[in-house]
Design a binder for this molecule. Structure first.
Ligand SMILES: [Zn+2]
Length: 72
């Protein structure tokens, strides 16, 4: 059997990463890239068309408010 390590690309910086058990951050190249990727989701930097709750609104004037009391 070949002992050549499998290589993958880091989803964050696209660096070549050896897929090995010692690399606990795989498929990321490092902890930083892993945190960046998770943080990107948390900060909604990924393109999200619209939060589900906004689709419930039938009144276009209330799109930017959580309720009638916030209009003041
Ligand atoms: Zn990386």
């Amino acid at each position: 059997m070949s002992t050549s390590p499998l290589h993958v690309n880091c989803p964050t910086c696209n660096a070549t990463v050896e897929w090995k058990t010692e690399n606990e951050h795989r498929p990321f190249c490092c902890e930083r890239c892993k945190l960046i990727d998770l943080g990107a989701w948390a900060n909604e930097e990924y393109a999200i068309p619209a939060p589900p709750e906004k689709q419930w609104s039938e009144d276009p004037q209330s799109n930017h408010s959580l309720g009638p009391d916030t209009l003041q």
